[in-house]
Design a protein around this ligand. Structure first.
Ligand SMILES: Cc1ncc(COP(=O)(O)O)c(C=O)c1O
Length: 381
């Protein structure tokens, strides 16, 4: 199997597996227990928190561990509104049109409860315009929160989070970013982004599934979605998963090692793929116009070919790619609202393939993937 679906999930880094194993066997203590095993678990948990904070440019008290991207995104939105400690009256939430369902769906829940959701459009490069955020911030005095993803999981488009953060800071409005599909592909540091809330998910950067990180700036007030314990500073009650925390710390550190070298290699590999596929099928082209984008993601429009059927045929050849977000797989094929928001027609969106690499993807694998593309596209031409 040649795995080119790394925006859906990534294989576990062996060093992460090794870091987690003791906590799944001999070192099983509860970090809240006042015995040797418990104290060891507590020290390990806090060590993981410090390492994560250091990698992200944060203070350890600003890091909480959770179950992943969906939880982090829901927590940022709902903890800033319905569950906010000050019970603020409904106001406006500013998001983009291309947010992951983990933002879009809680936003719809807020809409039902009287919040106004202002969805900023994107251009043909998949990116929002800073000026659109500026005028929304200027005209609406009731904005409670801005949430803008750092990188899109389907298209790879990178959003101007730092610039929008600056606009929010000038107006005292909190800002969250979903950095789930950015980590390990571009630098992610909360100090550089000047962000208040940031979501990460372990399995997108060779860490464990069901394990994530929520960064909350110490000055940003956020309610908890659950009650029943004071773990994670009462922000995320429940006995902590020390194995996950230890794994996340190593995964995040390893995701930042040799990052610029990995970025250059993945960029070159994406260019190679684009060139080779265009040589097989001359009308194949990037689905978006050029703009800031992840180095590992190729969103490829292959006219004349349904992406759903291409995914199946490539799978039979041992090449794993995706027709859109993996989270939607298994449901009846729905046209990607993200690609349509970027200006693609329904037909074009349904002929768009997502190929996503990781730091582990080799040139040799790509040569074999091209053989798969050649036989599939030649057979269906
Ligand atoms: C941008 C983005 N946000 C959030 C999520 C949800 O993360 P998780 O799978 O950890 O719940 C994903 C997963 O595909 C994602 O790509």
């Amino acid at each position: 199997m040649i795995y080119l679906d790394n925006n859906a999930t990534t294989p576990l880094d062996p060093a992460v597996f090794e870091a987690m194993t003791p906590f799944l066997s001999t070192h099983f203590g509860n970090p809240s227990s006042n015995n040797n095993l418990g104290r060891y678990a507590r020290r390990s948990l806090e060590d993981a928190r410090e390492r994560v904070a250091h990698t992200l440019g944060a203070h350890p008290t600003e890091i909480s561990f959770n179950s992943g991207g969906t939880e982090g995104d829901n927590h940022a939105l709902l903890g800033s509104t319905l569950f906010h400690p000050d019970s603020p009256p409904p106001g406006t939430i500013l998001i983009s049109q291309v947010e992951h369902p983990a933002i879009e769906e809680p936003a719809r829940r807020l809409e039902v409860r009287g919040y106004r959701i202002d969805r900023i459009p994107v251009g043909p490069d998949g990116c929002v315009r800073i000026s659109d955020f500026e005028s929304a911030l200027e005209t609406d005095p009731n904005i409670r929160l801005v949430s803008l993803m750092l990188a899109n999981n389907e298209t790879g488009a990178i959003q101007p989070v730092r610039e929008v953060s600056q606009l929010c800071k000038e107006r005292g409005i909190p800002i969250h970013t979903d950095a789930v599909n950015a980590a390990g592909k571009i630098p992610v540091r909360v100090d550089n982004l000047n962000i208040d809330l940031l979501t990460l998910s372990g399995h997108k950067f060779h860490g464990p599934k069901g394990a994530g990180i929520l960064y909350r700036r110490s000055t940003c007030s956020l309610g908890s979605l659950m009650s029943g314990g004071d773990q994670e500073g009462a922000l995320r009650p429940g006995t902590e998963n020390v194995a996950h925390a230890a794994g996340l710390a190593v995964a995040l550190e390893n995701a930042t090692k040799n990052l610029s070298g990995n970025i250059e290699r993945m960029k070159r590999q994406c260019q190679y793929l684009m060139k080779q596929i265009a040589a097989i099928h001359p009308s194949a082209r990037p689905s978006l116009s050029p703009g800031p984008a992840l180095p590992n993601t190729l969103s490829l429009l292959i006219p004349g070919h349904s992406s759903a059927s291409l995914v199946q045929k490539l799978d039979q050849k041992g090449v794993a790619v995706s027709a859109g977000a993996a989270c939607h797989a298994g449901k009846t094929v729905a046209t990607s609202r993200i690609l349509v928001a970027c200006g693609l027609s329904e037909t074009e969106a349904n002929q768009t393939l997502r190929i996503s690499l990781s730091r582990e993807t080799t040139d040799q694998e790509l040569k074999r993937a091209i053989d798969g593309f050649r036989s599939v596209l030649a057979a269906t031409c």
